[in-house]
Ligand binder design. Sequence first.
Ligand SMILES: NC(=O)c1ccc[n+]([C@@H]2O[C@H](COP(=O)([O-])OP(=O)(O)OC[C@H]3O[C@@H](n4cnc5c(N)ncnc54)[C@H](OP(=O)(O)O)[C@@H]3O)[C@@H](O)[C@H]2O)c1
Length: 327
Amino acid sequence: MVDFQTMASSNSRLSSVKGPIIALFVGATSGIGLGVLREFARQAVNPHIYFVARNPTKAGPIADELRLINPHAKCEIIHRDVSLIKDSEKVAEEVMAQESSLDLLFMSQGFVSLDGRQDTSEGLDASISTRYYSRIRIAQLLLPLLNNSQSPRVVSVLAGGKEGPIDEHDLALDKPGNFSMSAASYHSCTMNTLMLERLASEYPRVSFIHAYPGFVDTPLFDGVSSGIQGKLLSYTLVPVARLFARSISDAGSWGLFAATSARYSVDDGMVPLTRGIEKAEKTKGGIFLVNEKGESTDNENVLGPFRQRGVDEKIWVHTKEVFANIM
Ligand SMILES: NC(=O)c1ccc[n+]([C@@H]2O[C@H](COP(=O)([O-])OP(=O)(O)OC[C@H]3O[C@@H](n4cnc5c(N)ncnc54)[C@H](OP(=O)(O)O)[C@@H]3O)[C@@H](O)[C@H]2O)c1
């Protein structure tokens, strides 16, 4: 376990990194991503921040806050809705139009739904498209840019290490009766890990992290559902869990550590290892699955058989088809 003090001390060394650090945050208009974004603005001397927002009224005050935290921060809002793949592609295009390299891609967009499928205009369920398809599409398009960075990193905050069963014959869960909150969560998580591994095999210089944040007190569970299950969650389980949850600010330190420490890098990393921290282990597929304590997990019992049976290849073919069919 990496304790909070060690993470905070490593994060403070970001101030020694010379030159601008260019980062794209997706899902940072709230919760964990926002906590990391604030911490990044606080610790980096010369951060060049892009962040995606679907809601303009939310984005302006965040940009103002970041400039207050760090007057040297260059901050650009990309107004897009990443539940849509087309918009996710535009996000990548907007960064590519302005930058020749990218140091950090930090993604934490997504939500859970107990209300069944919520199809976007592109025919994907929005909870899966935000948690899986949009993340892979943005990463895939930005990898050439990331590859130009000295120490590039992709972080996907979801449920690394919690992979589980998936319906291999209905990866998008669009056949009648197949969608549930739990199935959508397993699909998003498992496909995230296997496809980040796929991208890692194509870009070995880039460090990939699929992280599980533990329970964090964010707006995520505020409007889970209007139904009976949702009310049960909202009025019983969620308030109790909140008593034990970590704060957005603590999650911000945890996330920035995951995003910058050499512990999770394929090279020397942005922030070198500090005393007491060792390199974490990668999965057999070549990425870091990081838990809420900063430890790497492997979940090889689940992932190994998927790889051996070629399920990763099947997911890749499916994912490319989904992207190709969205005009
Ligand atoms: N919090 C936890 O305890 C916890 C535990 C395990 C895993 N996670 C996962 O970690 C990730 C971040 O969670 P969080 O607690 O930080 O959540 P959050 O506070 O609700 O933030 C979610 C982010 O995703 C964006 N988003 C949500 N629904 C969207 C949609 N339909 N279309 C486009 N963007 C959408 C939000 O944008 P807006 O600001 O515009 O709404 C926000 O930027 C999620 O994927 C979550 O499943 C969280």
